[in-house]
Design a protein around this ligand. Structure first.
Ligand code: NAD
Length: 487
């Protein structure tokens, strides 16, 4: 483990106490814009995870028996504190993840909305009285919390993903142990401070940082953990699903994206280009719902390529906390190398570079992991980036001729998280939207997330939904009560 005496020492949050790892080890999280240490983070393992599960299991009987109205008051208090500390929290997100401040603010808003909305929604977790075919019996159902939940968080939405899981879980009456990604552990431990300040009963929510496989293994093997909620790559999701099978655990899997964007020649080109550029370069392309394959009808392919390239060249790239910065760094140099590899492969197979196509040059970028906003046109179907998530600021344009061909291409991958259609022909938008094999479709719209709306994928993009009523169901069991009534 690296040690760095200069960085602040963060602490895990277990059973209402801030503490270091049982093994005493730490690691350093790094600001991807300048290579500076952000914080020293406890490198916990199975021992720490076990303590956290003990705490969550002990807290469950108390927390689950509080009324939903009381739990809602707790969540509103967490939201109030997050709102008050949002300036400080946005800076932490930007310094550890790299995204520009305005994007960090967006994550915080979604987090606050989730806390407030789920606090209230859980008060409406109604059961039902079922018309009974058998005389002298009554059938009713009630909604019970699942129990202790383990949550595993990715680095690219390090704050939003915590609340998308914790808000419905806690509102429903579950208790939780969260494991953030290594790269963004400090964000999570600052969020733990917010929960500590809100003074929830000890053990209701716990944060364990460190060795992913060891902590994950406790979630998989400890009988008391009844559900695992995971957001991350399809590869890791597969490993967790296999492990969860042994103990028949409930799982929610928010996995990889590879979203298609279809630009028809009858779209409102100015508005569509603004939307596609915003979607593509959001979080430097490191978004599960990001534009991975941009299919452009051949009559407008050249113009779209040229205008997107103009936009890419004008973008201000830099440290996300600086004013006017539109795009920050990638999460680390490994991510930059992967983007280089995918661009090299596409160019070798015939794609043309219209903008970018390399790391950012210049002194300001030397210590960070920056890749230039890039536009490639005439990308062939055989390029690796067609089938893999680029997870970088590379707009890959593919030409198509007909509506039928666009739908076939869009569905021709094993993923199905989000898709986007740009057209002014509403018949076409509905026709195509209905045929796309994804959990979400944006029609002349790229913003898909809201606390009120179900978010999630089909095919290899996952199982389950976050957000909306469906997101609460993920943390509830339905219990049937059959009652004999005399007389
Ligand atoms: P990742 O799978 O590498 O890591 C995700 C999390 O899993 C991290 O906390 C990591 O430490 C943990 N992890 C890794 N191996 C583990 C193991 N064996 N046991 C337990 N935990 C383990 O993914 P990432 O690189 O952090 O995130 C990027 C991926 O997440 C992309 O594929 C992206 O599309 C996806 N994502 C999906 C959504 C969605 O809602 N569908 C949202 C955001 C990101």
């Amino acid at each position: 483990m690296t040690q760095d005496a200069g960085a602040p020492l963060a602490a895990m949050f277990i059973n209402g106490q801030f503490q270091q790892a049982q093994g005493g080890e730490t690691f350093v999280s790094i600001n991807p814009a300048n290579g500076q240490p952000v914080a020293r983070i406890p490198f916990g393992d199975d021992r720490d995870a076990r303590l956290a599960v003990d705490a969550a299991a002990d807290a469950f009987p108390v927390w689950s028996r509080l009324s939903a109205a009381v739990r809602a008051r707790h969540l509103h208090r967490v939201a109030d504190i997050l709102e008050r500390r949002r300036g400080e929290m946005a800076l932490v997100i930007t310094s550890e993840e790299g995204k520009p401040l305005h994007e960090a603010q967006g994550e915080l808003q979604l987090s606050i909305d989730s806390l407030r909305w789920y606090g209230e929604e859980a008060r409406r977790a109604y059961g039902s009285w079922i018309p009974d075919p058998v005389p002298g019996r009554r059938l009713l159902t009630q909604r019970d919390p699942v129990g202790v939940c383990g949550a595993i968080i990715p680095w690219n939405v390090p704050c939003g993903m915590i609340f998308r899981k914790a808000a419905p879980a806690l509102a429903a009456g579950c208790t939780m142990v969260l494991k953030p990604a290594e790269a963004t552990s400090y964000v999570a431990l600052k969020i733990a401070e917010v929960f500590a300040e809100a003074d929830l009963p000890a053990g209701v929510i716990n944060f364990v940082t460190g060795k992913a496989s060891a902590i994950g293994n406790v979630f998989l093997t400890d009988e008391r953990v009844r559900k695992i909620s995971f957001t991350g790559s399809t590869e890791t999701g597969r490993v967790l699903l296999r492990g969860a099978a042994d103990h028949i655990k409930r799982t929610s899997m928010e996995l990889g994206g590879n979203a298609p964007v279809i630009l028809f020649e009858d779209c409102d080109l100015d508005a569509s280009l603004r939307a596609v550029a915003a979607l593509k370069f959001l979080n430097a392309g490191q978004a599960c719902i990001g534009a991975n394959r941009i299919y452009v009808q051949s009559s407008i392919h050249d113009e779209v390529g040229r205008r997107l390239a103009d936009h890419a060249r004008q973008m201000k790239v830099g440290e996300g906390s600086l004013p006017g910065v539109a795009m920050g760094p990638l999460v680390d140099m490994k991510a930059v190398e992967k983007v280089e590899e995918l661009v090299g492969d596409a160019v070798r197979k015939g794609a043309s570079v219209r903008a970018g196509g390399s790391r950012m040059q210049g002194e300001a970028y030397e210590k960070g992991s920056f890749y230039a906003p890039t536009v490639l046109t005439e990308v062939p179907r055989t390029a690796r980036m067609h089938d893999e998530e680029i997870f970088g600021p590379v707009a890959a344009l593919y030409a198509f001729e007909t509506e039928e061909q666009a739908v076939e291409l869009a569905n021709d991958v094993p993923y199905g998280l989000s898709a986007y259609i740009f057209t002014e022909n509403m018949d076409r938008a509905i026709r195509v939207g209905e045929r796309l094999e994804t959990g979400m479709v944006g029609i002349n719209e790229i913003r898909l997330g809201a606390a009120e709306a179900p978010f999630g994928g089909v095919k290899m993009s996952g199982i389950g939904r976050e957000g909306g009523r469906e997101g609460l169901d993920e943390y509830l069991e339905t219990k049937l009560l059959a009652i004999r009534v005399k007389g």
